[in-house]
Design a protein around this ligand. Structure first.
Ligand SMILES: [Zn+2]
Length: 384
């Protein structure tokens, strides 16, 4: 509370309700430990005087600058937030009283004074933005992905497959019994996904294996549990003398994308990133987020491939199935295998997803095939 030794400053107080100023004497309560500055105490000189001093907390006050005693304004206007405002005739007296109360120079005041502090603040802000981008976005995306309902995923998958069917895919020409045999193995494998491999507890995809032609040798996963296998991949495996374990390994990899909800995560991450950068950067966000979303898209996708591979390794091992045939098949379809030769009747495009337009990002691409194949060939999976 205000003691008699405390220097008091004359001021006019506008309480924000009445246009009439009240004459007050202003003092400062010494800053208590942990507080960044003193509270302000107003002693009304008339009217409400009997009620005692009015205390305005430090945080509510827009403290006026004190960056140069020589250039201090004679009359100070102090915004007290909900408590109205103060007009102080003698600014120098105000600052002297403030210093006597032990007030430290605030960061904002220092920023206005010293460009080095300002530069440091800019650097800290940039680092914070970088950390948000690197760690905050994936974290927030995981939390949000948990909330995305299965219906949203199956809806998206349905529309994606419709568009792909209309534009790029053709009905499969695999014999029905061949399809049935592969589907049976796919479903048996899906039944075996242990709880330990679930990224999102309780997430239960509606597994469905679809056969299509017209996209070269490929397989991809749609959110919600639909996995598409092309005739080209089945034929390629056969041409390489690889059994169905190779195809099953690829399907297990695609199941990994489903279990990790990679497509949903990418959509959610995009949203989080755009909103986060929008908040941080305001109008500049459009440009920055476009660039950074391309970068995150690529970086995340590489790590998605790793996650899907680890899932496939674990699931295949659980089912007592070999992973080396899958590695051989990956190398064969990547073109890294020189003995591959030309495909029948016109080589299929190497990266069919390039033609996928808006849906390209929804499909899993498979970079770094050779490295991945090496890892899949090893029985132990150290990096998983
Ligand atoms: Zn993949």
């Amino acid at each position: 509370m205000a003691g008699p030794a405390e220097p008091l400053v004359r001021a006019r107080w506008f309480d924000g309700r009445s246009s009439q100023a009240q004459r007050v004497l202003v003092g400062f309560a010494p800053a208590s430990p942990g507080q960044r500055g003193p509270d302000l105490l107003m002693h009304p000189l008339s009217g409400a005087a009997a009620a005692g001093p009015i205390r305005v907390p430090f945080k509510a006050i827009a403290w006026p600058e004190a960056w140069s005693a020589r250039r201090v304004q004679r009359t100070l206007l102090v915004d007290l937030g909900a408590h109205g405002s103060l007009e102080v005739d003698d600014g120098a007296q105000w600052h002297a009283a403030l210093a006597a109360a032990g007030a430290r120079v605030s960061l904002v005041q220092r920023m206005q004074t010293r460009w080095t502090v300002l530069a440091a603040v800019v650097v800290v802000a940039a680092v914070a933005l970088g950390l948000f981008y690197r760690y905050g976005t994936p974290w927030a995306a995981t939390q949000l992905t948990r909330q995305v309902p299965m219906g949203w995923e199956t809806d998206l998958a349905g529309r994606a497959l419709q568009e792909l069917d209309a534009r790029y895919l053709q009905p499969s020409t695999l014999p029905a019994d061949r399809q049935a045999a592969l589907r049976q193995r796919f479903e048996a494998l899906a039944q075996q996904v242990p709880a330990g491999l679930q990224r999102y507890p309780g997430y239960a995809p509606r597994w469905s294996l679809q056969f299509r032609a017209g996209m070269g040798a490929n397989a991809f996963a749609l959110p919600g549990g639909t996995v598409v296998l092309t005739d080209g991949l089945v034929q390629r495996a056969a041409a390489k003398g690889l059994g169905d374990d190779a195809l099953l390994g690829v399907l297990a990899h695609e199941m990994g994308h489903v279990i990790h909800r990679h497509t949903t995560r990418m959509v959610v991450e995009q949203g989080v990133l755009n909103i986060g950068l929008g908040l941080a950067l305001g109008d500049a966000s459009a440009i920055v987020s476009t660039g950074s979303s391309l970068l995150t898209g690529l970086a995340y996708r590489r790590n998605h491939e790793g996650e899907a591979d680890c899932f496939a390794l674990a699931l295949m091992r659980q089912g007592g199935l070999p992973t080396a045939p899958m590695a051989d098949l990956l190398v064969a379809i990547s073109g890294a295998d020189a003995g591959g030769g030309a495909g029948p009747a016109g080589a299929p495009p190497r990266k069919p997803a390039d033609a996928g337009g808006a849906w390209t990002t929804l499909l899993s691409s498979h970079p770094d095939t050779v490295e991945r194949a090496e890892r899949l060939r090893q029985t132990h999976s150290g990096s998983c």
